[in-house]
Design a protein. Structure first.
Length: 83
């Protein structure tokens, strides 16, 4: 379930959309991509372990809430780009 949120964050890192990131076209872009990939693997591993002990009902509730959070965060990010 958390993979959508993490993938969104990693995409932002790769595009240079998060504060402090270097972005596309930079000589350091490859190292940012590698760091984002390592981050994604670590967080997904942790969250998979953390959620493995949750009952099915809890995981079923968490998924849609996380999706909503990511959608709202993405919309907010787009609003900031438009202003």
């Amino acid at each position: 379930m958390p993979s959508r949120a993490m993938a969104c964050s990693v995409s932002w890192l790769r595009l240079g959309a998060l504060p402090g990131s270097i972005g596309r076209g930079s000589t350091a872009a490859g190292s940012i991509t590698a760091a984002a990939d390592r981050y994604l693997q670590a967080v997904l591993g942790w969250s998979t372990d953390a959620l493995s002990g949750w009952p099915e009902e809890g995981r079923a509730t968490f998924g849609p809430l996380l999706d909503r959070f990511v959608e709202d965060l993405t919309a907010r990010h787009a609003d900031l780009d438009d202003s």
